[in-house]
Design a protein around this ligand. Structure first.
Ligand code: OSB
Ligand code: MG
Length: 378
């Protein structure tokens, strides 16, 4: 495959309600979309024009991770694309990760570029993400991530609403001052049978171990990233003190980091986010590693548009994804998605079956949310 040009597009979509985590409140989703235009050989050896979409999950500000949206755009235009352009017609999705190795870090930027190349390639071959990645299910269970609310009664209303929509697992965002009381209230309201987990987004330190230990009584599926991104050893210390399983998110930036965390006993469950780890192919490697080690995995989310949501659903359909992911319906966050909406039916989201991502932006809707576009010729 040979890239003929790339479009970088920044979009801004209003959230239906503000989303508050331990690191901040978001009112809009800002996303960077990468559209790769390429030529490739079709099944009959004829030259085919193909287009692929990538979605970069870097947030507007570097609060969840070191990467941020306009920084990722700069890395892509200035460092990543020149490498892929130089590969000429020898490029393939399997080579993208290796070719980009000289650029240190910037995994969210790399993931977006690889996703677009993979989508272009699979569309030309008529193969879906699900089929290519090794999916074994045609729908995946849908969990929902519930932001920090202004009060416990409001939280209970929000949780009731999601359960009424069929979500099979609730994840509560916590932070110091919003932990034991809301978790206790939700557990009392929903009963012992509903899957419940919490996500601290790195808001605590080991000094809080005794407090975090008090979460053990609520029968949580797991506690996600209680300590800092680079606190892998400290998570191993914390794990010895809690009966609630620890699940790392921010700390798992690669298959190597996953291997280290597993061997240190820092994590007994892993949240796989393709964007955070450098792409869907590295995400699959982490899945394979975890299966080999008997570590449960689930697919995290970054408020993706339908593009990333569809790809995440395909990934979550792999056999090792044994826990419900943060793959909610499009209407969890957006009044209108840029693709056809993903809907939660019977607590599940359908895995797209069409070529590539199996979904594409609807031009009028995409135009309406676009802030900037930039064409980068080869
Ligand atoms: O930690 O999982 C997280 C959203 C933005 C940044 C980090 C996280 C999240 C979520 C939302 O929890 C997951 C979703 O997309 O539904
Ligand atoms: Mg998380």
């Amino acid at each position: 495959m040979k890239i003929t040009g790339v479009e970088l597009r920044i979009i801004r979509m209003p959230l239906k309600s503000p989303f508050t985590t331990s690191f901040g409140t978001e009112y809009d989703k800002v996303a960077l979309l990468v559209t790769v235009h390429a030529q490739t050989r079709g099944p009959d050896g004829d030259l085919v024009e193909t287009v692929g979409w990538g979605e970069c999950v870097a947030m507007e500000e570097p609060l969840y991770s070191a990467e941020y949206l306009t920084g990722a755009a700069e890395v892509i235009r200035r460092f990543l694309l020149p490498i892929l352009f130089a590969a000429g017609d020898t490029l393939s999705s399997e080579k993208v990760g290796h070719l980009l190795t000289p650029v240190v870090g910037h995994r969210m930027a790399k993931a977006a570029v690889e996703m677009a190349v993979l989508d272009a390639e699979l569309r030309a071959r008529g193969v879906s993400f699900a089929e290519h990645l090794g999916a074994v299910r045609d729908r995946v269970p849908s969990g929902v991530s519930v932001g920090i609310q202004d009060s416990i009664p409001e939280l209970l209303d929000v949780v009731d609403g999601y359960l009424a929509q069929g979500y099979v697992r609730i994840k509560l965002k916590i932070r110091p001052g919003w932990d034991l009381a809301p978790v206790r209230a939700v557990r009392e309201r929903i009963g012992d049978d509903v899957l419940l987990q919490v996500d601290a987004n790195a808001a605590y330190t080991l000094v809080d171990a005794q407090l975090l230990r008090r979460l053990d009584e609520f029968g949580l599926l797991l506690i996600e990233q209680p300590l800092g991104e680079d606190d892998i050893r400290q998570h191993a210390e914390l794990a010895k003190l809690l009966s609630t399983p620890i699940c790392l998110d921010e700390s798992i930036v690669s298959a190597k980091a996953a291997a280290d965390a597993i061997m240190l006993g820092a994590t007994s469950v892993i949240n796989i986010k393709p964007g955070r780890v450098g792409g869907y192919l590295e995400a699959r490697r982490i899945h394979d590693l975890c299966v080999a080690h008997g570590i449960a995995v689930w697919c995290g989310g970054m408020l993706e548009t339908g593009l990333g949501r569809g790809a995440n659903a395909a990934l979550a359909a792999l056999p090792g994804f044994t826990l419900p992911g943060d793959i909610s319906g499009s209407d969890r966050f957006y009044a209108q998605d840029i693709t056809r909406p993903f809907v939660v039916q019977d607590g599940h989201v359908a895995v797209p079956t069409g070529p590539g991502l199996g979904v594409e932006p609807i031009p009028e809707i995409l135009a309406a949310v676009t802030v900037t576009t930039e064409w980068i010729p080869v």
